[in-house]
Design a protein around this ligand. Structure first.
Ligand code: CP
Length: 318
């Protein structure tokens, strides 16, 4: 199977390629419990983590993933770098390229920054989008799909027939956008729940249902994905008060009781406990929030492996 050179958007992957990433992560997870976690697969390669925006889970899991595949890792964060002296993305990228970066993982506050890096050719190897503005976060969607698939036992298939609710700040969420397009590609039915002020323009063209009310949907959901209220991206007031937001859209122990069967709860993190989710719900047995973090390492190993393995042609090695 041929893989795209870069992973900038979930649209870069067709159905078979997306399933291949999930299957590869599943294979790689078999090594995570063994005493020797390292595989020699990417020995001699250098992966650069280029983070212009804060991150805990994504940055650390890409680092762990690269190291478990025996790659060398260079971590670049804006704080303490020459970016604070005004150095451009181009000059930063050329500098890292000159140091022998084989792949670059980039997080940036501008939507399209990863695409710019890939198109400009300042770096010779693959570019992986670790979140660009409000645009996309493809590896988050892949790890969410992997977490859902692992729970519902659909190992050799996509996510056909599963009902997924994504609730909260859709407007500012690259996680929502990537999940909508990946989960529906894999066969899930997605409903977005938010106040009208937190839905983006053009949402009617997305392959989803829309609801302004959460409660009527809970009993039929297999997955409830709660989004962080991204206060740092809000330049105006999108809801009257935080209490009002929580009352209508927050997942709490009362709403938890409305969930049925084996349904699960996801949150990409970091959480605003007490706003979009309460502590009892976040720490409940239905919560797979910690599993998402673990799965993030397997997914990022799979992505690095598939994009960096020789000639971009993936055989049956894994
Ligand atoms: N989910 C996510 O992207 O978390 P971080 O911002 O901590 O990387």
């Amino acid at each position: 199977m041929i893989f795209p050179r870069h992973l900038l958007s979930v649209d870069d992957l067709d159905y078979d390629q997306a399933v291949k990433v999930l299957d590869t992560a599943s294979e790689l997870s078999k090594f995570s419990g063994s005493s020797i976690k390292k595989l020699p697969t990417l020995r001699g390669k250098t992966v650069v983590n280029l983070f212009f925006e804060d991150s805990t889970r994504t940055r650390i899991s890409f680092e762990a993933a690269a190291k478990r595949l025996s790659a060398d890792v260079i971590n670049f964060s804006v704080k303490g770098s020459s970016v604070s002296k005004g150095e451009s993305l181009k000059d930063t990228a050329l500098t890292l390229g000159a140091m022998g970066a084989d792949a670059v993982v980039i997080r940036h506050h501008f939507s399209g920054a990863a695409q710019r890096l890939a198109d400009a050719g300042w770096i010779s190897g693959p570019v992986i989008n670790a979140g660009d503005g409000t645009h996309e976060h493809p590896t988050q969607a892949l790890l969410d799909a992997y977490t859902i698939r692992s729970k519902f036992g659909k190992d050799s298939e996509g996510l056909s027939g599963l009902q997924v609710i994504i609730v909260g700040d859709i407007l500012h969420s690259r996680v929502a956008r990537s999940n909508v397009f990946l989960l529906t590609k894999l066969g899930a039915e997605v409903t977005l729940v938010a106040p009208p002020t937190l839905l983006p323009v053009g949402i009617e063209n997305w392959p989803v249902k829309i609801s302004y009310q959460l409660d009527p949907l809970l009993s039929s959901a297999d997955v409830v994905m709660v989004l962080r209220v991204q206060k740092e991206r809000m330049v105006q007031s999108f809801f009257p008060t935080e209490r009002e937001y929580s009352r209508h859209y927050g997942m709490n122990s009362h709403r938890l009781k409305s969930l049925s069967g084996e349904s699960i709860l996801l949150h990409p993190g970091p959480m605003n406990r007490g706003l979009e989710i309460d502590a009892l719900t976040a720490d409940s047995s239905r919560s797979m929030i910690v599993n998402q973090v673990t799965n993030g390492v397997q997914i990022r190993m799979a992505v690095l492996y598939l994009l960096l393995s020789s000639q971009q042609v993936v055989g049956e090695e894994v």
